[in-house]
Design a protein around this ligand. Structure first.
Ligand SMILES: Cc1cc2nc3c(=O)[nH]c(=O)nc-3n(C[C@H](O)[C@H](O)[C@H](O)COP(=O)(O)O)c2cc1C
Length: 178
């Protein structure tokens, strides 16, 4: 049976460059069923313990969790906002972390980040690899793409060194998937 890969940009921007990068990575996979998710479809009240006590965990959080459960692997590319996760992602992360301890079900994960600037979202990528890696030992690959406007075109990653690094990391993810 085909492996199922859940992929998304951890951003709620309609023109998200991280969604573009996550989509690009997912499209490199062969013989795989890709589930590309838009975080705008998972907008929930800003997490608070009071909301949780008053209204419970929103249905959308359970639906997002179900996507993770049904996946055999996950690709995420993180938008960096003030050195950290976008609010859109952090809110989903907070809500789903309240459902049960096991957030990612041990799925192999390829974590990436890109930004218009030369640091390529390295801060948020480190944060994500550290944090998600604590609860899921299967964060098998990571990649940061600096200066998205310069290094990415409709043909993909244009800088040969970065393209090669991406390929190597993608291969680690593919091996973990099989
Ligand atoms: C509130 C805000 C904070 C940002 N902070 C950072 C930052 O800390 N580092 C960075 O490289 N880019 C930062 N940016 C620029 C984002 O990297 C840029 O908007 C990028 O396109 C976000 O990814 P996305 O298109 O996938 O949403 C910030 C943008 C916004 C709107």
């Amino acid at each position: 049976m085909k492996k199922q890969v859940l992929a998304f940009g951890a951003s709620n921007s309609i023109k998200s460059i991280n969604k573009t990068l996550a989509t690009y990575a997912a499209n490199q996979l062969t013989n795989t069923s890709i589930n590309l998710v838009d975080l705008n479809n998972f907008e929930m009240p800003i997490y608070s313990i009071d909301h949780e006590n008053n209204i419970g965990i929103p249905q959308l959080a359970f639906e997002f969790k179900e996507l993770i459960k049904n996946a055999n692997g996950i690709i995420i590319s993180f938008a960096e906002h003030n050195g950290a996760y976008s609010t859109a992602f952090k809110n989903i992360f907070d809500w789903i972390s309240r459902i049960e301890k096991d957030i990612w079900y041990g799925n192999p994960m390829f974590l990436m980040a890109t930004a218009p600037g030369p640091r390529g979202g390295k801060s948020v990528l480190k944060m994500a690899v550290d944090r998600i890696g604590k609860s899921n030992p299967n964060v098998v690959a990571q990649f940061s793409l600096p200066s998205f406007g310069t290094n990415f075109s409709n043909k993909g990653i244009t800088d040969p060194g970065l393209a090669n690094e991406f390929k190597q990391q993608l291969q680690l993810f593919i091996e973990a998937l099989s």
